[in-house]
Design a binder for this molecule. Structure first.
Ligand code: BGC
Length: 630
């Protein structure tokens, strides 16, 4: 588990340019000529929506299938200007020859039922000018949408329309370019295939439990005896040892009893114990949180939590058969049907497909093989089918996805992925942010709209043009964009607050009075990390908000998913049989790389491999808890 921001493909320069150039936004529907052949089974429409800045662009395309069902598609178009280039595409295999661009479908989006839509996109560069392409073909047939449109526009217009995502003064919730109007797939007229089918997967027998909107409301949280024992063995640890933390299923062996490390109990042991705690707790229902974390090529952009399964070694099939099927089989046992079982699905996986495909071969393989998307879809199909199981998909954190170029593609990928599950968007109860990370829930002394001597805090080195300064604003902004895209309004967000308290003597008590924007932000922020990209065993961190149900609109809960005291990764190489590597971001002497602005890692020394107990860290987390421990 890394929880690195890894803006990856989006260089700091590009992000700065997004605003510094005050951005010319192009939102254009390129509706083009009609399918020429009367017998053509293909009819389509392509919406091309670009955000543009000097020399760069980020483009979302929505392909609408207005003809017969497609099993496989190839989109072709030409840039009008020879200076226009695709540099990184997503949700398709992108190539460019001269001005001609070809995109072929991925495995997971190649099937397009009649009436359905799919979103793809790219980041690119341009010189001279950046006109919108005027003609798009699917499988060689020119798209126009005339069959569906009463007044087709014969020639595409590239009328610039103000896009909230492009305005430096836009509020964070307005920043994602995921408005329904920009995305045909989010419109109410979306095809039946894009809308969820409520029927559960037939392969898992539905259990008799009930499914509520927010599983945390009115419920008691499960106390993991394994973690609780480690915590209470620490001096002062009894102050928190009775709090609810998640159970991590981080390898196949963790499902059964007796696996190594801190986690000696297997899944059945935990669920049996949860039934016991539930019975001892009176009438309140009990919520138990289980992290499902074993995708093949896991943690593809880092090393500290590399897992046991590899895509090239049949990892996806093993993930399905030996991991998800076994977990779902246990959870579906009717004796657990009164528990509310919350599953946290695959931290970091889908966000890695947005930012880290170019730089990391393991992520590239995860994308091109479809293994991450298919693995998550498989998990959702199996788990959602069990009525008392709740699914929350991991959505990284604000300092990973909070820039337009990452945010919008992420929203699209979540939507694409979800619409490919049996129950469509309804297979997901919510999303979780900040899993195992250290970003503050709320920065109390400034917001994204704070101005310092005429300058936005977005211009500070710390915020670095992000649209968010903390996790709660990010969670709400992401939720808004996901609902606008087509997820149900019942979607609930979780924030992992186990280690983001940032109390102790270094915590600022008021906003800085400095008129320099960098000084102001650095003196005001409670997040005391050296860089928001640092993610491993952060020095100075403290326990955060205690687990809380429904703390704010749109949030299902503050939760403790990363069990405090369990390491993020070893500070130096430690041989182990868990597949865990040594990531320099966990080495306190490491001077960093481009992903953390070449800063020191900020990691504590003396750390064991990820998941193992790290006493010194636990002590510091208690010492710097906020709210403080009494
Ligand atoms: C590790 C897992 C561990 C989890 C919770 C992750 O970073 O890779 O092995 O179970 O953290 O501590």
């Amino acid at each position: 588990m890394r929880s690195t921001p890894r803006p990856g493909a989006v260089s700091s320069t590009v992000r700065r340019g997004l605003v510094a150039a005050a951005v010319l936004a192009l939102g254009s529907t390129a509706a083009v000529a009609t399918a020429t052949s009367a017998s053509a089974a293909v009819a389509c429409n392509v919406n091309y929506s670009a955000s543009e800045w000097q020399g760069g662009m980020s483009v979302n395309l929505t392909i609408q299938n207005l003809g017969d069902a497609l099993n496989g598609w190839t989109l072709t178009f030409s840039f009008p200007n020879s200076g226009q280039h695709v540099s990184q595409g997503w949700s398709g295999n992108w190539s460019q020859s001269g001005s001609n661009v070809t995109v072929t479908a991925m495995d997971w989006n190649k099937s397009m039922p009649s009436g359905s839509s799919t979103s793809i996109g790219f980041n690119g560069t341009w010189s001279g000018s950046n006109p919108t392409p005027t003609s798009f073909k699917i499988n060689g047939v020119t798209c126009n949408g005339a069959t569906q449109s009463p007044s087709p526009s014969p020639s595409p217009s590239a009328s610039p329309s103000a896009s909230p995502s492009a305005s430096p003064s836009a509020s964070p919730s307005a920043s994602p370019s995921a408005s329904p109007s920009a995305s045909p797939s989010a419109s109410p007229s979306a095809s039946p295939s894009a809308s969820p089918s409520p029927s559960p997967s037939p392969s898992v027998t539905p259990s008799p439990g009930v499914h509520v909107d927010n599983p945390y409301v009115g419920a008691t949280g499960y106390v993991n005896p394994d973690w609780s024992r480690s915590a209470s063995n620490e001096p002062g640890g009894s102050r928190v040892a009775n709090l609810s933390t998640a159970v991590w299923l981080d390898r196949i062996a963790a499902i059964s009893s007796g696996s190594a490390g801190n986690n000696a109990m297997g899944l059945r042991d935990h669920l049996d114990e949860a039934v016991r705690q539930d019975a001892a707790n009176g009438s309140a229902p009990l919520t138990i949180q289980v992290v499902v974390y074993d995708l093949p090529n896991r943690d593809c952009s880092a090393l500290a939590s590399n897992g046991e399964l590899k895509i090239a070694q049949n990892g996806l099939a093993r993930y399905k058969a030996e991991f998800i099927d076994v977990i779902a089989g246990i959870m579906a046992d009717p004796k657990y049907s009164n528990l509310r079982i919350v599953t946290i699905i695959e931290p970091d996986s889908l966000p890695n497909l947005i930012t880290n495909v170019n730089a990391f071969a393991a992520c590239q393989e995860a994308q091109s093989s479809g293994a991450y998307v298919q693995g998550v879809q498989y998990a959702l199909n199996k788990l959602h089918a069990i009525r008392n199981v709740y699914t929350y998909v991991d959505a990284a954190h604000h300092a990973w996805l909070g820039w337009d170029n990452n945010f919008s593609p992420m929203v699209n990928l979540f939507h694409q992925m979800a619409t490919g599950t049996t129950a469509g968007v309804n297979s997901i109860d919510g999303f979780i942010v900040n899993t195992a990370n250290f970003s503050a829930t709320i920065e109390p002394h400034f917001t994204i709209n704070t101005m310092v001597n005429g300058q936005s805090v977005r211009q500070s080195k710390w915020v670095d043009w992000n649209w968010y300064v903390d996790e709660q604003s990010f969670a709400v902004g992401l939720r808004n964009a996901l609902v606008a895209k087509g997820f149900p309004n019942t979607l609930g967000m979780l924030i992992d607050t186990s280690r983001n308290g940032w109390g102790g003597s270094a915590r600022p008590t008021a906003a800085s009075t400095s008129t320099n924007v960098d000084t102001f932000v650095n003196q005001s922020r409670i997040d005391r990390r050296i860089h928001a990209g640092n993610w491993c065993n952060q020095s100075g961190a403290g326990l955060g908000e205690r687990p809380t149900a429904a703390p704010a609109a749109g949030l299902d809960a503050y939760v403790w998913i990363k069990p405090p005291g369990e390491s993020d990764g070893s500070s130096s190489q430690i041989p182990n049989d868990e597949g865990k590597g040594f990531d320099r971001m966990c080495d306190p002497t490491y001077t960093g790389n481009s992903l953390n602005g070449n800063n020191m890692s900020g990691a504590l020394s003396g750390a064991p491999v990820s998941g193992h107990w790290f006493s010194a860290q636990f002590q510091q987390l208690m010492q710097n808890a906020y709210p403080p421990l009494s």
